[in-house]
Design a binder for this molecule. Structure first.
Ligand code: HEM
Length: 494
């Protein structure tokens, strides 16, 4: 019996391997039109992605060698078509092709099948449901909340301004953007945040868990056996992953539980909503489809996990690199400061109306997003052949990634309206484009403007040439060695 069992296992293994080899040959044939850098037959290009801060430079270099698009292999069986030409990006992003099922599945145990990952009818329904949560009437009062969170962080920076030492800012900024999304999307005030997450105390369990999860998800791409769910699950990294997922879920479950309690007290509903605007969580919890069915608990949790992560980690990356770019470019920094001082007319806060009065600062923000895109890559699964402008066709079943890294000179004037109109809109897509573009784009731009304006009003940012960031893609763009700058108080006297 056991010999038969072993034979059966062997038979299944041989069949599976044969299928994979056939698939590899087919993929190689399909990608023939898109040559790429030489790949190891077993490892593909994973050895080039060592998370040592050089991988993005390599991708940029390959982009120069292989125009428009090139193939990249993660092991012997998984390949991506990496595209980096605006017209290619346009062709791909204007389709409704689903998110790629190889990479995004690694994130599902954490953020579930929420808006970022879902597809088809479910995505369409939830996107329609959640879009009103980003209407301009809703976003308007957020400016004050964002401004309060930024001020709490900047107060804490006083001590750094008194020394000539540099300090690491990504973690500070993450705490601040987490505070901000908790207040804006989930109406949780700082007092609750303090209790929930030892807010601004320097360490925060949720932020640490997000950092760990991003690292481990990235690791799964690079360690070929970890592509397999069972092997990863049984490994020490899998154990660490589950532990971090538990911490992240505990954080979001607390948020949902608290709101459900509030909403249960029907009599209090009016009082609650008189005190605050309808927020993202109300929309989720009160949503009903045409048959009056509410979203399942699982769906609600997935959306809360998605927005808690997307809503703070992306902006933390964006803001941290913008501050770094301005520290490295003191002349542009001063031009922004002059503009901000003029726009704010002596106020120590920033209002909704002021956001449109700082065009130079906005151009600097965009230029930094171009150089350091917070979401450095996105992927799609092509379900039918896709032909690009140069006549080359990517066959069905292949996955694409777009990475937006090009010219390494900080020049905000690229974003002068006359320069923007002479370029393809798909040459700058930090928020993606087309039907699956970023739903939080305006929220994010507002937050970045608020934080940059209030920071420059108060501090002079100075580069630390001994501690340059080693940039790594880890779901969002991060730095292996943190992002360090020095700060000095701004002298407001004429
Ligand atoms: C600088 C900040 C941000 C950047 C650069 C950014 C970038 C992006 C990009 C590139 C995508 C497409 C991802 C993909 O196709 O896989 C995306 C999608 C998304 N973003 Fe953002 N994002 C930012 C901030 C935010 C904020 C603040 C929120 C929420 C409050 C948010 C929520 C989302 C969601 C839910 C999606 C999925 C949308 C869909 O597929 O319908 N993002 N974002």
């Amino acid at each position: 019996k056991s010999v038969l069992f072993r034979h059966n296992i062997l038979f299944v293994a041989v069949c599976k391997l044969t299928a994979l080899i056939v698939k590899r040959r087919e993929t190689l044939r399909n990608l023939e039109a898109f040559p790429g850098p030489p790949a190891h037959w077993l490892f593909g290009h994973v050895q080039e992605f060592k998370q040592d801060g050089t991988e993005l430079d390599k991708v940029v270099k390959w982009g120069e060698q292989y125009p428009f698009a090139f193939q990249i292999w993660f092991g012997p069986f998984v390949s991506f078509l990496n595209i980096h030409h605006p017209d290619y990006v346009k062709t791909l992003l204007s389709t409704t092709e689903p998110k790629d099922d190889f990479g995004y599945r690694f994130i599902i145990p954490w953020i579930g099948d929420g808006l970022l990952v879902s597809s088809g009818q479910k995505w369409f329904r939830n996107r329609r449901l959640l879009t009103p949560g980003f209407h301009y009437d809703i976003l308007k009062p957020y400016v004050k909340l964002m401004s309060d969170s930024a001020k709490t962080m900047l107060d804490k920076w006083e001590s750094y301004a008194q020394t000539s030492e540099s300090f690491e800012l990504f973690e500070h900024v993450s705490l601040m953007t987490l505070d901000s999304i908790m207040k804006c999307a989930f109406s949780l005030n700082s007092a609750f945040n303090v209790r929930l997450s030892s807010h601004f105390s320097g360490t925060n369990a949720y932020i640490k868990a997000v950092y760990d999860l991003s690292f481990l998800i990235n690791l799964r791409f690079r360690v070929i056996p970890y592509h397999n769910n069972i092997i990863f699950h049984l490994s020490p990294h899998g154990f660490r992953f589950r532990k971090a997922v538990k911490v992240a879920h505990h954080h979001t479950e607390e948020v949902i539980r608290k709101r459900r309690e509030e909403l249960k007290k029907e009599t209090e509903l009016d009082r609650i909503q008189a005190k605050r605007n309808l927020d993202f969580l109300d929309i989720l919890l009160c949503a009903r489809d045409e048959n009056q069915h509410s979203l399942s608990d699982e769906d609600i949790r997935a959306e809360v996990d998605t927005f808690m992560f997307e809503g703070h980690d992306t902006t933390a990356s964006g803001i941290s690199f913008i501050l770094y770019c301005l520290a490295c470019n003191p002349e542009h920094q001063q031009m922004c400061r002059d503009e901000i001082t003029y726009a704010l007319e002596g106020k120590d806060t920033i209002d909704w109306e002021d956001l449109s009065k700082i065009p130079y600062t906005t151009m600097c923000i965009k230029e930094s997003l171009r150089l350091y895109p917070p979401v450095p890559g996105i992927a799609r699964k092509i379900t039918k052949p896709l032909t690009f402008f140069d006549g080359r066709t990517a066959a069905a079943g292949h996955c694409c990634i777009c990475v937006y890294l090009e010219i390494w000179v900080f020049d905000p004037l690229r974003f002068l309206p006359e320069n923007v109109s002479s370029r393809s809109p798909h040459a700058f897509v930090p928020f993606s484009a087309g039907p699956r573009n970023c739903i939080g784009q305006t929220f994010a731009m507002n937050e970045m403007k608020v934080v940059i304006a209030l920071t420059l009003r108060r501090y002079q940012l100075i580069e630390d040439p001994d501690r340059k960031p080693k940039v790594i893609p880890s779901l969002v763009l991060r730095s292996l060695n943190g992002i360090h700058i020095k700060i000095k108080p701004v002298d407001h006297q004429p």
